[in-house]
Ligand binder design. Structure first.
Ligand code: SAM
Length: 364
């Protein structure tokens, strides 16, 4: 796990970035976090902050005295925050999911720019509901969508602070917010799929998931099945629809994904033998002993691309399968999951492949 020292106006903090290995030089913060810490302490020293989308808890730790409410969709971010608060002997913060009612104690919102604008829109609407009118939205230049200024101007007046170390902050004074169109319902492969604003594949079926579904009939009937990295649950839902009697567990590190999978399960009127877990891989359940795990793994963590997450997930899966169990993984051919899986499983077989995707089965 990467460890570094953040030296800033509010102190010196040792910050860990979980999920990385010693060969990855990835820090728990970036220049836009440092910029936010400076701006908040200089211009808004007395404000109570609703802090949103802090990636590894660096902002929560450094601004803890002003944070009244810490909001994240990510289980991994919440775990990183807890670890870093403890490491620096800082008191716990009040944590909320994006879907819960946030307390209206905050005077300003500090937001790390999320990857998708649908989610940003949703967060802006939630700020309005919590009576917050000043929003500081920060990001690295390389992560800013091209039209971000025009986009933000739909919600009120916007000032862009100067670029510092390739990062910037938009200060938005909120005026009007059109309602977010999420959660949204789509029909994919005979499944009614409900998706909240920050869920992968919320507008169209992922081509990898589509490829997986085309070959779902090649999988054995299994009693106990997990959909690992479920998103809105398309793989597990379709499997359950085709195999009545199987019990399904859904896992995702996105709170909105887990809640979407739960809503989708209800929308498809499937029997009541499903459970839903907000988790990093499969770590928080002692009963995990699956016959079958279905997985369309992520290949990035926020803006960081790499196979470090897939490796962690495959290791968890290996420990969560019964001795005759198997994991079925779909991926882009170029990601080389065949090789990665052989680190954790004796047998890795190809079920199907086309020019872009490969579907693999791995077992002991
Ligand atoms: C490629 S999407 C697949 C979604 C869905 N299963 C599908 O096929 O359309 C990957 C999913 O992995 C989730 N994810 C990322 N990191 C994770 C982790 N450490 N543990 C569990 N889920 C994770 C993401 O939130 C995302 O929903």
């Amino acid at each position: 796990m990467q460890q570094d020292t953040l030296q800033c106006v509010t102190g010196q903090f040792t910050l860990l970035r979980p999920g990385t290995n010693d060969h990855q030089a990835l820090r728990a913060w970036d220049a836009s976090d440092e910029y936010l810490i400076n701006l908040v302490t200089q211009r808004h020293p007395l404000a109570k902050i609703t802090l949103i989308n802090d990636q590894f808890g660096a902002l929560g730790v450094a601004l803890s005295k002003q944070v009244s409410c810490w909001v994240s969709d990510s289980y991994c971010a919440s775990e990183a925050l807890n670890l870093n608060l403890q490491k620096n002997s800082v008191n716990p913060l009040q944590q909320f999911s994006p879907l819960s009612n946030w307390p209206s104690e905050g005077n300003i919102a500090v937001i790390k720019l999320p990857k998708n604008l649908s989610y940003l829109h949703y967060l802006i609407e939630k700020c309005q509901q919590a009576n917050i009118t000043t929003l500081l939205i920060a990001g690295m230049m390389k992560h800013l969508p091209k039209n971000i200024l025009d986009y933000l101007q739909k919600f009120g007046s916007v000032k862009r602070h100067p670029f510092v170390k390739k990062s910037t902050i938009y200060e938005l004074q909120l005026e009007q917010v059109a309602p977010s169109k999420y959660p949204k319902v789509n029909q994919f492969s005979g499944i009614e799929l409900v998706s909240h604003a920050n869920v992968f594949g919320r507008d169209k079926l992922d081509p990898g998931a589509d490829f997986f579904l085309q070959h779902l009939n090649k999988l054995p009937k299994a009693h106990s099945v997990a959909d690992l990295c479920c998103g809105s649950g398309i793989l597990g839902l379709k499997y359950a629809q085709d195999h009545k009697g199987s019990s399904l567990d859904f896992y995702d590190e996105s709170f909105m994904a887990v809640e979407s999978a739960r809503l989708s399960w209800q929308a498809n009127k499937l029997p009541e033998n499903a459970h839903f877990y907000w988790d990093d891989g499969i770590t928080n359940t002692s009963k995990a002993n699956y016959d079958l795990i279905l997985c369309n793994p992520p290949f990035h963590e926020q803006f960081t691309v790499g196979d470090h997450i897939a490796k962690r997930l495959f290791k968890d899966a290996q420990q969560s399968l019964n001795p005759n169990g198997r994991i079925i993984v779909v991926g882009n051919r170029h990601l080389g999951y065949h090789k990665t899986l052989t680190k954790y499983f004796k047998n890795v077989e190809q079920i199907a492949a086309d020019s872009k995707f490969i579907l693999l089965a791995a077992y002991a």
